[in-house]
Ligand binder design. Structure first.
Ligand code: HEC
Length: 162
């Protein structure tokens, strides 16, 4: 009897401790990432990205830099393509809330958040847009056959304004 309750005590202590330990990074992440009031959304975005981006862009994408000069015209053209080809899933402002995306799993990325994260290098964005999504079951289609290369770069200029 005595032994059992001692064991229960030890177990409870271990559990409480480990859940405390798990809470700490979560809280810290929430605090650092949620500075602008993103709170839980910020944390979820962070977690999603971690899963999503264990894979990095393969050659030749990994070394690519946007060769199309930044200009208002390039951004405007990118915006047009975005509204025609991407907004159905990613939403008119790229928040991941397009009508066609609401029932998808995984959900379309919040591109406004993605472009502000460290992994969103030119080559990474070009890779996903050209070759399609990388998450298992992703509905993100490849666009290299339907959108010309320069237009994909214009699209990336636009994404960076989101
Ligand atoms: C049929 C719906 C659909 C369409 C259309 C679509 N996407 Fe996506 N997209 C997704 C989904 C779902 C994901 C998240 C899963 C993944 O990354 O594989 C995603 C992910 C992405 C990512 C990766 C974000 C990251 O964290 O790396 C980028 C960039 C992106 N989309 C850009 C675009 C652009 C630009 C277009 C238009 C040319 C577009 N998508 C059209 C569904 C779509």
């Amino acid at each position: 009897m005595r032994r059992r309750s001692a064991l229960v005590l030890v177990l409870t202590a271990a559990l409480t401790q480990s859940s405390c330990l798990m809470m700490v990074p979560g809280l810290l992440a929430g605090r650092t990432m949620g500075g602008g009031g993103m709170g839980m959304m910020g944390m979820m975005g962070g977690m999603g990205n971690g899963m999503n981006h264990s894979q990095t862009a393969p050659a030749p994408y990994d070394k690519m830099l946007n060769p199309v000069p930044h200009s208002a015209a390039a951004v405007a053209q990118g915006a047009q393509i975005f509204q025609a080809q991407c907004a159905t899933c990613h939403g008119p402002k790229g928040l991941g809330d397009g009508l066609a995306g609401l029932r998808l799993s995984p959900r379309p990325a919040n591109l406004s958040q993605v472009v502000k994260s460290a992994h969103a290098k030119d080559g990474h964005l070009m890779w996903v847009i050209s070759e399609g999504g990388r998450m298992p079951g992703s509905a993100m289609p490849p666009f290299k056959a339907s959108i010309g290369e320069e237009d994909r770069w214009r699209l990336i200029h636009y994404l960076r304004t989101l």
